[in-house]
Design a protein around this ligand. Structure first.
Ligand code: C2E
Ligand code: CA
Ligand code: CA
Length: 398
């Protein structure tokens, strides 16, 4: 997988210059002047970040802390106009957060020096370290308030029909928009919600947001499927099918347009009550997807008995399928299995054209991943749809 290079420097001319140098050596570059916007983007793990330490809105040190908090692991090239002592202490801070610092460069630096640093970077796999540690974890009380104060927002990641190139739908992914800490990612609070009894109100809020958004899209003639993640605890709540049906009725949404994604391990927990809930959801017309497939321990018999309509192959296999023959075997088996059981096949984590091509040859139905788009908020999604109307329909990716 190609490494990406981010440049974060408030000096626009300087950032453009660095970006030009880097893209000439073959880097895929994103240059950004504003740290706040940069941190709001979905940042590709394991990439390289050229970070200016002195920026007006938020300095480089704060950026390092924010990245560590969000467990985003980047390789850093620190740049500063200050003396080398500042650079040195910034480097120590970064390393304390378990980031790898590739170089510390003082401004003005020579283009040659910058280019040499970039050329010497080894492939990602040799450099990747443990993810940075989270410093302040969130508390159940904070999360509870966040849910009630409607601080949860949904980002939407497109899913493309690989046969036609059309937009099939989106997966709704929750983020916590904290007034103090900015965007907090689900990995930091879903586990907590599941352990502290907050997953019910959280999922209710997510479902409400997704269904309301669906109605909004429907009004704009955007007729797409919405996939919603639900946890193990949600599918043991026997009233989920009725609650969901009531909501879709209220907003005049066809249940067929809603897919519930449940991880493979979640459904294997309490089989009797999950079967009850899953069957009733199906009978009401909702689609059901088995998420992270391949990572869990479901048996074939269980899979056969469960009313799933879709099988979502875990991204770890998709990402490695071209380099790792075992991953490839698993992907092939999943596709075969899905086809035999009459399920739609979704590949998640499609990051390259080569992987898209291979999946298409193997007969996969739907693709989702950074090759197509990152998760984005609803306004950005509308823009994305308008911009990609032609190309999506013409199956540009195939
Ligand atoms: P998931 O359901 O497996 O979601 C897919 C994750 O993969 C998302 O991370 C998405 O941003 C990321 N992703 C998608 N395409 C690519 C790609 O091409 N490359 C890479 N490297 N990553 C990709 P996100 O949004 O951080 O979500 C993490 C997990 O949090 C989700 O994993 C899901 O299990 C959970 N989650 C998210 N929203 C909800 C929710 O509303 N309720 C519940 N219960 N869980 C949720
Ligand atoms: Ca999912
Ligand atoms: Ca998944």
């Amino acid at each position: 997988m190609a490494l990406k290079l981010y440049i974060l420097d408030d000096d626009e001319q300087y950032a453009t210059l660095l970006a030009e140098v880097a893209s000439n050596i073959g880097w895929e570059v994103t240059a950004e002047q504003n740290p706040i916007t940069f941190l709001q983007d979905d940042i590709l793990q394991g990439s390289v970040l050229v970070l200016d330490l002195n920026m007006p809105e938020m300095d480089g040190i704060e950026v390092i802390r924010a990245l560590a908090k969000r467990k985003i692991n980047l390789l850093l090239i620190l740049v500063s106009g200050f003396d080398s002592r500042v650079l040195h202490s910034a480097q120590q801070l970064a390393e304390a957060h378990r980031f790898k610092v590739l170089a510390s460069l003082t401004k003005p630096m020579s283009i040659q020096e910058f280019a040499t640093t970039l050329t010497n970077i080894k492939p990602q796999s040799e450099q990747i370290q443990q993810p940075a540690l989270t410093k302040n974890s969130v508390s159940a009380l904070e999360l509870e308030q966040a849910i009630h104060q409607h601080q949860l927002v949904l980002y939407y990641q497109p899913q493309i029909n690989m046969k036609t190139g059309d937009l099939h739908g989106v997966e709704a992914l929750v983020r916590w928009q904290s007034p103090e800490d900015g965007i907090i990612y689900p990995d930091q609070f879903i586990g907590l919600a599941e352990q502290s009894g907050l997953i019910e109100p959280l999922t209710e809020e997510v479902i409400r947001l997704a269904v309301e958004q669906s109605r909004h899209w429907q009004a704009e003639a955007i007729n797409i499927n919405v996939s919603i993640n639900v946890s193990a605890e949600n599918i043991t709540s026997l009233s989920l099918p009725e609650q969901l049906k009531e909501l879709t009725d209220k907003h005049a949404i066809d249940p067929k347009k809603i897919t519930l994604e449940i991880t493979e391990n979640a459904v294997m927990g309490d089989l009797t009550s999950s079967l009850d809930v899953l069957n009733r959801l199906r009978m009401k017309g909702f689609a059901l997807s088995i998420d992270d497939f391949g990572t869990g321990y479901s048996s074939l018999t269980h899979l056969y008995k469960m009313p799933f309509t879709e099988l979502k192959i875990d991204q770890s296999f998709i990402m490695q399928m071209l380099e790792d023959s075992e991953a490839m075997v698993i992907v092939k088996i999943c596709i075969m299995l899905g086809q035999m059981l009459g399920m739609k096949l979704v590949a998640e984590g499609v990051e390259t054209q080569e992987i898209w091509n291979e999946l298409q040859t193997l007969g996969c139905d739907i693709a989702q991943g950074y090759l197509i788009a990152k998760p984005m908020h609803d306004d950005a999604l509308i823009q994305w749809i308008n911009k990609n109307k032609q190309s999506v329909i013409k199956n540009e990716y195939s």
